[in-house]
Design a protein around this ligand. Structure first.
Ligand code: HEC
Length: 130
């Protein structure tokens, strides 16, 4: 029995090592995504940060950091925004992107981001989009 276990262990080890050594290194997935790319991929279908551009499904987000929630002229927000008395800052945006409906009941933004690092990268980038 004892010999058997040792033999098995050696066999598994011998198989596992070369396999690990041959694993290709990931090249593109190892580079962290930048805010611009994340915004384009994750928000860009519904939002733009281009000045003067018409809103898409969601409001234009140019200058959203420091803007009062639900205040973009010409965009029709869902009813819950009327009670949102805050101005968007990094902390509010982080709460929003984690779960919009928990922050504003009935919000119609169909997006949620569970990863804090991804949220932070997008929010840091948004701060520079005046
Ligand atoms: C599927 C479309 C969709 C996606 C994807 C989406 N949003 Fe939205 N977003 C909306 C809609 C629609 C609203 C307006 C919600 C309402 O009226 O209830 C909104 C509202 C917002 C607001 C409030 C703006 C204001 O003027 O008060 C912020 C901030 C926001 N989105 C940020 C983001 C960010 C950042 C991303 C990507 C990480 C994102 N959204 C992804 C559709 C989307």
């Amino acid at each position: 029995m004892r010999t058997m276990a040792v033999v098995l262990g050696v066999a598994v080890g011998a198989l596992a090592l070369p396999a690990a050594a041959q694993m290709p290194l990931p090249d593109d997935s190892s580079a962290p995504m930048d805010g611009a790319t994340l915004f384009l991929n994750q928000c860009g279908t519904c939002h733009t940060v281009e000045h003067g551009a018409a809103p898409r499904q969601g409001p234009n987000l140019a200058g959203v950091v420091g803007r009062k929630a639900g205040s973009l002229p010409g965009f029709t927000y869902s009813a819950g925004f009327a009670k949102a008395g805050w101005t968007w800052d990094a902390a509010r945006l982080d709460t929003w992107l984690s779960n919009p409906q928990a922050m504003i009941p009935g919000a119609v933004m169909l997006y949620k981001q569970a990863d804090p690092a991804t949220r932070k990268t997008i929010i840091d980038w948004l701060k520079d989009q005046h």
